[in-house]
Ligand binder design. Structure first.
Ligand SMILES: Cc1cc2nc3c(=O)[nH]c(=O)nc-3n(C[C@H](O)[C@H](O)[C@H](O)COP(=O)(O)OP(=O)(O)OC[C@H]3O[C@@H](n4cnc5c(N)ncnc54)[C@H](O)[C@@H]3O)c2cc1C
Length: 361
């Protein structure tokens, strides 16, 4: 039964939403996660992180669940820039010094399962938050549409984790206050049985494009490209054709994909824009892409989602848990500044890559 009162309602149940539900559950009586997607949908967005990400997963108490997804750890990568090739080994500071990529079809359900294992977390899926109710200057609840019926739900805290196109953030009036349009089109597909090492990644930076192969499961690799819009325009073809050409011509990825098997369709996104919205207001909070969207070209979206979830959890812990009276007023103030300070470097690196720059043809 969805209708009624919940301490926390989380809209969106992928990386940011499932992580926030897990992290907030110990401080709440009940948590409802509402996710619009189908359990079986293919999600052409990657999830990659490095040592910093491993430390965040650990801080959130989720590292074990993430490692159980079975993705190999990578301890170095080959970097090809034009025709120069260099090998990099990651400094071994501690047991967390590796990179990892987990397909979203594996990671997101695992995170949602572990959130549900808290006992006080309920998942409604597929279901959608279609409206937000406010009273006395603060959010009081939402309308959830499931199976063609609308349910009125009240809550002490609404967490929006419904992705970069969050209409609910618009409904709240959480307008983006920093926006950087991106010239990159990101595409990816999964492959099996590539004759590549399972403990190393590969990055190739060529004029107007970046190609990456990274192990992401037993005998499985994610092959992705970021292509500058100008390169696509100059090539006169469809981005999918350019993806095929870039990967086929690459001296490392080309021979591998020729003998391997493509096991997913090709998918991705273009015409994106990086944006920051305020992280919180009276009775609401934004986590993940909904509040802070970094262009995928730097592969830091996962980190941004985890940082926001951790900041929110720490504030809720500090104020002693989630309760309607406590969350009134200014108790969630200052989260935006905290998040922006922690992610400033990630923003700058991604924004620099999105600046209009001449692309050699
Ligand atoms: C092509 C591509 C490649 C990428 N590569 C990387 C990478 O290598 N590394 C990395 O870290 N990041 C990468 N990213 C970024 C990363 O995927 C995102 O940062 C991350 O998915 C954000 O997670 P999220 O949970 O905030 O949002 P999402 O993953 O977008 O999930 C939002 C969820 O909310 C649901 N939803 C939407 N509206 C509603 C509603 N009204 N009610 C209820 N539910 C709703 C959606 O159905 C969805 O399930 C990539 C992105 C793209 C597009």
């Amino acid at each position: 039964m969805i209708a009624g009162h919940w301490s926390v309602v989380v809209a969106g149940g992928r990386i940011a939403g499932a992580t926030a539900a897990w992290a907030l559950a110990p401080y709440a009586e009940s948590v409802l996660v509402v996710d619009a997607s189908q359990a079986t949908s293919f999600w052409p967005q990657q999830s990659t992180w490095d040592r910093e990400g491993n430390l965040l997963w650990q801080d959130l108490g989720l590292l074990e669940a993430v490692l159980a997804c079975g993705a190999p750890r990578t301890y170095g990568h080959t970097l090809r820039v034009d025709d120069d090739v260099a090998e990099y080994e990651y400094p071994q500071q501690d047991g967390h010094s590796y990179r990892m990529t987990v397909p979203r079809e594996v990671l997101d359900p695992a995170l949602l399962r572990v959130a549900e294992s808290r006992g006080n977390v309920t998942v409604a899926r597929p279901a959608r938050v279609t409206d937000i109710t406010s009273r006395g200057g603060r959010v009081r609840g939402v309308t959830v549409r499931q199976g063609g019926a609308d349910h009125q739900v009240s809550c002490d805290l609404l967490v929006l984790a419904d992705g970069r196109l969050s209409h609910n953030a618009d409904r709240l009036g959480a307008e983006p206050y920093r926006v950087v349009p991106s010239p990159w089109v990101a595409l990816l597909a999964y492959f099996a049985d590539l004759p590549l090492r399972p403990d190393r990644g590969y990055f190739s930076s060529q004029p107007g494009s970046l190609a990456i192969s990274t192990p992401c499961g037993p005998g499985q690799w994610c092959v992705s490209t970021d292509m500058h819009q100008r390169l696509i325009d100059e090539s006169g073809g469809h981005p999918a054709r350019l993806f095929a050409r870039i990967t086929a011509e690459d001296p490392h990825i080309g021979p591998a994909v020729k003998v391997g098997r493509q096991v997913s369709r090709l998918g991705g996104a273009g015409k994106l824009r990086m944006q920051r919205r305020p992280m919180s207001g009276p009775g609401w909070c934004l986590v993940g892409d909904a509040g802070y969207h970094l262009d995928p070209v730097t592969a830091r979206g996962t980190k941004s989602a985890l940082v926001a979830a951790r900041i929110l959890r720490d504030r809720i812990a500090e104020i002693g848990g989630i309760d309607g009276t406590l969350l009134d007023g200014t108790l969630l103030d200052g989260l935006t500044e905290q998040r922006d300070a922690e992610l400033e470097e990630d923003w700058v690196v991604a924004a620099e890559l999105c600046q209009p720059a001449p692309v050699a043809s």
